[in-house]
Design a binder for this molecule. Sequence first.
Ligand SMILES: *[C@@H]1O[C@H](CO)[C@@H](O)[C@H](O)[C@H]1NC(C)=O
Ligand SMILES: *[C@@H]1O[C@H](CO)[C@@H](O)[C@H](O)[C@H]1NC(C)=O
Ligand SMILES: *[C@@H]1O[C@H](CO)[C@@H](O)[C@H](O)[C@H]1NC(C)=O
Ligand SMILES: *[C@@H]1O[C@H](CO)[C@@H](O)[C@H](O)[C@H]1NC(C)=O
Length: 376
Amino acid sequence: MKFKDHNYQQLTAKEESIHAPFKKQSKVQIVSRIVVIALGLTVLATSFSRLTIKLFGSPELTKDELISHYLNTLETNLASNWSYAYSRDNQLAGTNLELVKWAQAQYQSFGLDSEIDEYTALVSYPIDQSISLIGNDITRNGSYSKVIYKPSLKEDIIEEDPTSKIQVPAFLGYAKSGNVTAQFIYANYGTKKDFEKLVELGVSLKGKIAIIRYGSIFRGLKIKFAQDHGIAAVLLYSDPYDDGEIVPQNGYKTYPHGFARNPSALQRGSAQFLSFGPGDPSTPGYAIKPGEEEKLGINRTDPSFSIPSIPALPISYREVTPILKTLNGYGAQIPEWQDNHGLIENFDYSMMLSLLETIMILGFQQQVIHIQALLW
Ligand SMILES: *[C@@H]1O[C@H](CO)[C@@H](O)[C@H](O)[C@H]1NC(C)=O
Ligand SMILES: *[C@@H]1O[C@H](CO)[C@@H](O)[C@H](O)[C@H]1NC(C)=O
Ligand SMILES: *[C@@H]1O[C@H](CO)[C@@H](O)[C@H](O)[C@H]1NC(C)=O
Ligand SMILES: *[C@@H]1O[C@H](CO)[C@@H](O)[C@H](O)[C@H]1NC(C)=O
């Protein structure tokens, strides 16, 4: 795919023609030119700062004008074309050198020096994952247990969007492999404060599965706070509430028919505890190139300080709904959480199960592999 209309040669030629007039000139000519250029720059800077003030400082610009300026900028920069170019293919770390080479070719076509560097880093890949909602009647000593619902953990294949055929399985990089069958609770955004609230209300968290919505803080930290409270596994879902105004409840159609989130969309990404150390968790603060480990006698660090010690999976709002609904009426609805009451239909945002009733449990199974991979 190509959407550039110039190449390196053309750019070089243009640069030469810019510099050419300076070659044979008197000092006076040069000075006067510099003055003209300086004046030009001053005018440019002034008008730019006026625009800047208009954009950021002055009440003259309405919200709609600001939005339209912003969108025009994206259009001028071909943001949608670039976004398409990078998302049309698999982007799983360490698996698509072709895309890297393509990006390099783009930089080169703009006349920029570009090299592809190689590093060996700890990366995780999904192998297998599943979730089952299990009905478990404790009044019969657990003798009755039956899978009531099994989400696919897959996004819809959308005819209008061929890129939807490329599906990386639902997974969160650096989450741990594990099989957990346990009761589950709803833990809002999974912030420190949210977990403290649950503790304050006497909710037992040890060994439970926490269903947490995306938003507010980085996903890895949600998992960290969960594991710090003894949670055994985490299920992260995208609540349409956190998409702001662009929701079906406001009349927006869902993708691909409109801008609202597709109900099957699930958010993958790294589960690393970013604020404890970004980058390769086995080489905190530095990076290793192929062969350096042996040559320089570098020992990789135990990564557990910055990656989860529990399994965690993402799920779509469509598929989490039947699971969350089973919590209706059980446990408190926390007043502080009601400000951000989500938009999952038929879920009252109760947080926990009552042990006295027939209980639902979640079977949570995840297998990932953590390996040293070559990254570019
Ligand atoms: C950007 O993408 C649009 C939509 O696919 C296309 O019509 C347009 O030609 C592209 N622009 C460039 C400069 O390639
Ligand atoms: C449950 O198990 C206990 C001990 O194993 C037994 O005494 C009791 O009768 C069982 N109850 C039912 C409803 O099966
Ligand atoms: C989880 O269960 C699956 C299927 O029974 C099994 O293949 C896998 O090894 C288990 N994983 C762990 C980490 O126990
Ligand atoms: C790496 O580990 C080996 C074996 O435990 C040890 O001999 C060596 O000194 C360590 N190297 C560094 C740089 O810590």
